[in-house]
Each structure stands twice: as C-alpha cells, then as structure tokens.
Design a protein around this ligand. Structure first.
Ligand SMILES: Nc1nc2c(ncn2[C@@H]2O[C@H](COP(=O)(O)OP(=O)(O)O)[C@@H](O)[C@H]2O)c(=O)[nH]1
Ligand SMILES: [Mg+2]
Length: 225
C-alpha cells in the first residue's frame, strides 16, 4: 500500500513537470528561440562549450541559464563576455526541473529570436530524467571520463540529440577507447551526431554551431510545435 502511494505521487510530480515543460517549449517556439538543455558531468566542459559556441555564432542572439547547486562563478564568466545570463542555484537538487526554468525565464524577458543554452546541474543521471522545456538535449562528455560511460549511464546517451565528445586535446594522455565508446553510443542512439571537440581551442566548434543554426530554422518554421 505504502509503495503504491509513493508511485502515485511521483507520477503526479512528473506529469506536472512535463506539462510545464511542454508549455515552456511552445512559448520558446513561438518566440523563435531554440532551447538547448546542456547536460554532462561536473567539469566536462559544459560552460566552455557554450562559451565557444556563442563566440562562433556571432549572427545569433544567445542567452544562457546557468544551473549550479551553489555559486555564480560560471554566470560571472559568461557575463564578462557580454552574454545575457541568469543564474539558478538549486541548493542541493541534482537537476533542473520545468517549474524552476519557467520562473528563471521571467527574468530574461523580453526575449529575442535566437538560441538559449540551459546548463543543467553537473550530473550524468538525474538531468536526463526531467524535461525542462528544451527542444534539444546536448550531452557533453570527455575523453578523461573513460570510454565506458554510455554503458554505465545509458539514459543520458539514449536521450541526447547531440553528443559533444570534449577535451580531444587530452587523448594522448588517457586510455580512451573510441571504438568501444562509439559502439556503446550507437547501441543506444544509432543516429545521434557525435562531435569531437576541444572547446578550449575552438576545435570542432564550427560544425556544432552549423548543426544548431540548422535547428533554429526548424524553429522559425514552427516545426517543433
Ligand atoms: N584540456 C581541456 N580542458 C578543457 C576543455 N574544455 C574545458 N576544459 C577545462 O575543464 C574544466 C571544466 O570546464 P567547465 O567548462 O567549467 O566545465 P563544466 O563544469 O562542465 O561547466 C576547466 O578547467 C576548463 O578550462 C578542453 O577542450 N580541453
Ligand atoms: Mg559549468
């Protein structure tokens, strides 16, 4: 009996979350704003990838929502580069949810057409379970994390619309097995684009920026509605 109740409450919370996420996504589509949920482990390079992508996409208005358990370190870094950024601190929660994002978006209005990156809490587990209002899930992983991560954290890899394999510059120093990694990814998500990137040196960033720009044209045609 107790177990039944637990399941019911959790289902209700998820349903409410998903309803708000759907509404946020529709509002973003109407505004011509592509929303990207950036997920990955702490230190994978989420902020570095976002920063180098925004520098590359000079023609496009870009916003960032920074999710961290504590601190506004990344927000300050982005604001120093002139990027409109809002900080969310979850004070312990391991992922962002749709109501939290919807509230933070109020602080960014009015919004112009373009792209909004939402950096989720550094974690390979919980963020993949919650829709927040994104059109696209971008997963940032690194060669330093090891090639077994798709096997150990399948949901994040399964749900990703694009996977950034970051810190390629460090390949000579680690035992990353690319074939093993790719076999794991393809088993979960056969079509996903896996982009090899060194965010720190802007390597591979142009290809990802082009992919995002193509997705924004789908938004302008309201194909995500
Ligand atoms: N060697 C190397 N270091 C990187 C690269 N991208 C990010 N870093 C470093 O990794 C650390 C974490 O990066 P950050 O963007 O803050 O990761 P986040 O926690 O996922 O947002 C920082 O010291 C970055 O300078 C890369 O392509 N190569
Ligand atoms: Mg960060």
């Amino acid at each position: 009996m107790a177990d039944n109740k637990k399941i019911e409450i959790f289902t209700n919370i998820l349903q409410r979350n998903d309803q708000i996420a759907e509404l946020t996504q529709m509002q973003m589509t109407e505004q011509g704003l592509l929303s990207i949920n950036v997920m990955g482990a702490p230190g994978a390079g989420k902020t570095s990838v976002i920063l180098s992508l925004i520098k590359e996409m000079t023609e496009m208005k870009a916003y960032v929502i920074e999710g961290d358990i504590e601190s506004d370190i990344d927000t300050k870094k982005l604001r120093e580069q002139g990027i409109e950024t809002i900080q969310i601190n979850t004070h312990g929660a391991c992922h962002l949810d749709a109501p939290t994002l919807a509230a933070a978006l109020q602080d960014l209005r009015p919004l112009q057409e373009g792209v909004i990156f939402i950096e989720n809490i550094g974690n390979l587990v919980c963020p993949a379970e919650f829709q927040i209002g994104e059109h696209i899930k971008m997963l940032v992983v690194t060669v330093t994390e090891g090639s077994d991560k798709p096997y150990k954290y399948p949901l994040a890899f399964e749900k990703a619309d694009i996977i950034i394999l970051n810190k390629i510059d460090l390949l000579p120093y680690v035992d990353f097995d690319e074939n093993y990694f790719m076999a794991g990814v393809r088993g979960l998500n056969p079509e996903v684009l896996v982009a090899k990137v060194t965010a720190k040196q802007n390597m591979g960033i142009k290809e990802v920026a082009k992919w995002i720009e193509n997705k924004t044209t789908l938004i302008s045609q309201e194909l995500y509605l």
